[in-house]
Design a protein around this ligand. Sequence first.
Ligand code: F0G
Length: 459
Amino acid sequence: MDRFRTIIEPFRIKSVEPVRMTTVAERDEKLRAAGYNLFNLHAADVLIDLLTDSGTGAMSAEQWAGIQRGDESYAGSPSWFRFLDAVTELWPFAHVIPTHQGRAAEKILFSVIAGPGKVIPSNTHFDTTRANVEFTGAEAIDCVIPEGREPATIHPFKGNMDTGALDALIRERGREHVPVVFVTITNNSGGGQPVSLANLRAVREVCDRYGLPLFLDACRFAENAWFIKQREEGYADRSVPDIVREMAGLADGMTMSGKKDALANIGGWLAMNDDAWAEQCRNLLILTEGFPTYGGLAGRDLEAMAAGLREVVQDDYLRYRIRSTAYLGEALIEAGVPCVQPIGGHAVYLDAAALLPHVPALAYPGQALAAALYREGGIRGCEIGSVMFGQHPDGTETPAQMELVRLAIPRRVYTQSHIDYVIEVIRWVASQAREMRGMRIVEQPSALRHFTARFEPIE
Ligand code: F0G
């Protein structure tokens, strides 16, 4: 096998979903009608949808078989026990609390442990995590290593926590105000960058010094484990499930979106060792999600995650997964298109500020680039820049730290020729960069504007 270099998709296709071809003129019209906001498009008008890798994956025959097997008993369903076994085989926490997706787990946990005056440090909070922390009146603070904030800096574990900054923060605010330390694996907001086991151990030491629990936002844990196997000394011969269990052993709990590395279209969970916290979380779960053996999910959804968890840690899958994301990124870098480097696990992040230096941040270079990718090639990505982060509650606006367009790769959905097409479109758009103009906002809500704001091109 080693004689051949091509890493093929480790599956064949049994069921297909047609994608509808559209013309530039048609897409131009759709774009105008959508107010140049790609969230407003009908997905049927998108050719290659790279808006998110969340819940957009293709399920396996085993997972569909599980869907059929799903037992919908209200309490104590066999599907629940199969799910529990699959989770605890990798994450042997004492309590597993199923939720309908990741943010529901966050909402429940932070309702119990956060609140006014509290501080929750993380390498980088994902936006729903930050929002759920802040909703309780607590503060969410990012302590990623400095390299993690620089798009062009190469570092094997760019998602690592700056443990010095973490230690200083805990000392400054007082340990009694820090209910938990979070680490996001991989670090989505920082470019899908992994965290090393050495770093997790160092974070654990800081937590032990102050008697604090460590939780993982583990959405993309399998991708993180694969990077550890590839890049961290001493792990090349360890199995991915072993690496995951080692991560689990360093933590006291986790929040999880099953829409990522459980290879499901919906689902999530909250897990922890602390009995008192778990009891309070379960009480809230019953208010908003459901009984503790289904938590906002159908039995069939629990089955899909159980099967997905067994598939996601397989070497063939992860080798293909990480390679196919890198394939896109490397082709773009080779063509001189600026990207966040190294390429992350689930997405390629285009650096719109570097590609469009003539477009000021508050003329939204990321939004302009995302609109152009749709217009020229029917590709839908997502602006992660001043549209998403520039607006403040007091009505003021400042540029974001970076102006990125994220191209997130759904799991097991697109083939290499789809990605070759994406590369061709981006190269063409990049060759026209000097001609591109910025955008102005013509209508926006008072918060979370990236979902609904309307734009027009600046002439
Ligand atoms: N944490 C991280 C790191 C995430 O990336 C997400 C979702 C969540 C938590 C929330 O999980 O969607 O199941 O409620 N990320 C998606 C994305 C939406 O597009 O990156 P959820």
